[in-house]
Design a protein around this ligand. Structure first.
Ligand code: ADP
Length: 634
């Protein structure tokens, strides 16, 4: 009997399988079971029109067996089977585009792809040293045997088989140095592989299971017995009607599948038909995974093609800002052998992603509206991600996300949405609020003590306290909410707090004290770009504000990043004209005590830095300056 060579392309894929160092070799079983399931499907469809097929739906089966002595695993089905020609065509060549693509892509060490896509029948060679396929096509008496030990080629010979269908017999490789193949001869291991990957195959996957029991009438004698068991549940949870599944079932499913100790915060189960037909079962975790905010975290949903897992973490199904969502999508429109490359361009997948995104958002909004406590908790876990999502890509997703954000309200001392902030703004003509105010710093406590805070709150306006590094960047990208611009209360920009008259008065006073401010500016040099009278201070003597897009807090954030180029915000020293110190400064200037005025300016500047949470530039000089002023008074 002539040994036939594999076609060139097939040989390459085969080589890859034989020499695979892939750690999840277990997926061979998924592949063979899914082929068997396809063969059953084909016969079933045929039976719909061919009345000579008397098989009932429940007669279709996949059966597994192990023979430890012979080191074999057998996967049998009573499906459509293959003719001699089909054997030749199907198992001697790779005809399908998915695998061809796979081969093309797999030039590097991209071996991981094996775990993500159907690589088909040849994956058997990851665990088997020899593979035999005995098959008899439905409607024919003649069976054929295909045999191969891999690289040398294959043979096809006629043989006997009692009934139609296919048996695939793998001779499991011997254990090698670091490779354990014996595990695949263990019944429990096989059962767990079936449960993991093929639980939802729509046909029963049966196997005789060995159990042990006490011998009848005996106290301590045991006997083993075997029992035919169905290993798979056949009906996926996500295909069941929402109302028939208890929360507990969903919770357990989530915890088991996604390895979490806590129940999910939210369950999203949906069935979509039409341009994309799929079921989705999604979960918002109850807490952030320990590695969530690290590079190690991998986003993605499990992707099933008609009940068969084809990808464990399909990243393309989720936008980054919803990367915390876990779950799965089961699509009727995808082929099992679709490659990663093709998947990325798959329109079906894009459609699914868009609808899922909308579903997740709506679900979060509904949680926000109807279960605020839970939402606050959710936001503590994943709010940072949403805010980062707002900022990313220059804000392309900001409109999608802005209503999901929460910030700490100074007035209400709790987290509020931007809409809630906007709603609570004073609306009468005289009190009309021009901006949405915020302050950025390290803690609510620190921010509540900022010099500028007092004045804004006194006016009856609320302030959002931003304490996460990303916050101010996110708001800058948002720019406005409900037509109101965001304003940092520590920025030198107009805060819209004064009346026209007050503004005029301030201008006149600045003019009157022109020389004083010039002298102070000259003593401070480049540290500040201007010294001027403040309109934002009530009780504090001085404060520092910034000019331009870069705020003082942003300067801190950016400079704290590793390897960052140092940036500096443009600072303005503002002096409170109603504070007693102001008179002292005026007197010093009038009396021509320039040097002393310079010392005072420096001390005040450093005080303002301290209040802002910025480091004093020269602590020794600052301490000495204060000391000399104190000594003088005594
Ligand atoms: P794929 O299943 O993606 O087409 P495979 O390499 O796994 O690729 O299988 C190649 C072909 O061999 C299948 O398309 C199918 O026609 C045939 N085949 C494999 N296993 C069986 C089986 N158990 N019964 C009938 N045909 C089979």
């Amino acid at each position: 009997m002539a040994v036939q060579q594999f076609k060139a392309e097939s040989k390459k894929l085969l080589d890859l399988m034989i020499h695979s160092i892939y750690t999840h070799k277990e997926i061979f079983l998924r592949e063979l079971i899914s082929n068997a399931s396809d063969a059953l499907d084909k016969l079933y469809f045929k039976s719909l029109t061919d009345t000579s097929i008397s098989l009932k739906k429940e007669d279709y089966k996949i059966h597994l067996s192990i023979d430890k002595d012979l080191r074999t695993i057998t996967i049998s089905d009573n499906g459509i089977g293959m003719t001699e020609q089909e054997l030749e065509n199907n198992l001697g060549t790779i005809a399908k585009s998915g695998s061809l693509d796979f081969k093309k892509e797999n030039t590097g060490d991209d071996i991981d792809i094996i775990g993500q896509f159907g690589v088909g029948f040849y994956s058997a060679f990851m665990v088997a040293s020899h593979v035999t396929v005995i098959t008899r096509p439905y409607g024919s008496e003649q069976a054929y045997k295909w045999e191969s030990s891999g690289a040398e080629g294959y043979t096809i010979t006629p043989c006997q088989k009692d009934s139609f269908g296919t048996d695939i017999i793998l001779v499991v490789k011997e254990n090698a140095d670091e490779e354990n193949y014996d595990e695949f001869l263990d019944q429990y291991r096989l059962v767990s592989i079936v449960k993991k990957y093929s639980d939802y195959i729509r046909y029963p996957i049966t196997m005789y299971q060995e159990h042990s029991r006490k011998k009848e009438g005996s106290e301590d004698e045991y006997e083993t017995y075997t029992e035919l068991e169905t290993l798979n549940s056949m009906i996926p949870l996500w295909k069941r009607d929402k109302k028939d599944v208890s929360d507990e079932e969903y919770n357990n499913f989530y915890k088991e599948k996604f390895m979490d100790f806590s129940d999910p915060a939210r369950i999203i189960s949906s069935k979509t038909e039409g341009s994309a037909t799929y079921n989705a079962l999604l979960f918002v975790p109850g807490r952030a995974p320990f590695n969530y905010y690290t590079r190690d975290y991998e986003k993605g949903l499990q992707l099933y093609a008609s009940g068969v897992l084809i990808m464990d973490k399909c990243a393309d199904l989720l936008p980054d800002y919803f990367s915390f969502v876990k779950g799965l999508v089961d699509s009727q429109d995808l082929s099992l052998n679709i490659s990663r490359e093709m998947l990325q361009h798959d329109n079906q997948l894009k459609l699914i992603r868009t609808t899922l995104e909308r579903k997740i958002k709506n679900e979060l909004l509904s949680m926000l509206r109807n279960d605020r406590e839970k939402y606050d908790e959710f936001f503590k876990n994943f709010g940072l991600q949403l805010k980062a999502g707002c900022y990313e890509g220059y804000g392309i997703n900001k409109d999608n996300l802005k209503d999901l954000l929460l910030f700490h309200s100074a007035k209400q001392n709790k987290l509020v949405t931007l809409a809630e902030y906007a709603e609570s703004m004073p609306k009468t003509e005289t009190t009309e609020q021009k901006y949405i105010y915020y302050a950025a710093g390290s803690s609510v406590e620190q921010l509540s003590k900022l010099p500028a805070t007092e004045r804004v709150l006194d006016k009856g306006y609320d302030i959002l306290y931003l304490t996460d590094d990303i916050d101010e960047f996110a708001l800058q990208v948002l720019r406005e909410y409900d037509g109101k611009e965001f304003r940092n209360i520590s920025s030198g920009e107009d805060l819209g707090l004064e009346t026209e008259q007050e503004k005029e008065e301030a201008k006149a006073q600045n003019e009157q004290n022109k020389d004083l401010f010039a002298a102070m500016k000259s003593a401070l040099g480049d540290k500040v770009s201007e010294v001027r009278l403040s309109t934002r201070l009530k009780n504090h003597p001085v404060c520092i504000t910034s000019e331009g897009a870069l705020s003082i807090e942003m300067e801190k954030v950016l400079n704290s990043m590793p390897n960052a180029e140092k940036v500096q915000s443009k600072k303005i020293l503002e002096v409170n004209g109603t504070h007693p110190i102001f008179e002292v400064l005026q007197t010093l200037e009038k009396d021509g005590k320039t040097e002393k005025l310079g010392d005072y300016a420096n001390v005040l500047y450093n005080q303002a830095l301290l209040i802002e949470g910025l480091p004093v530039e020269d602590p020794v000089a600052y301490a000495q300056a204060i000391c000399s002023i104190m000594a003088e008074k005594a």
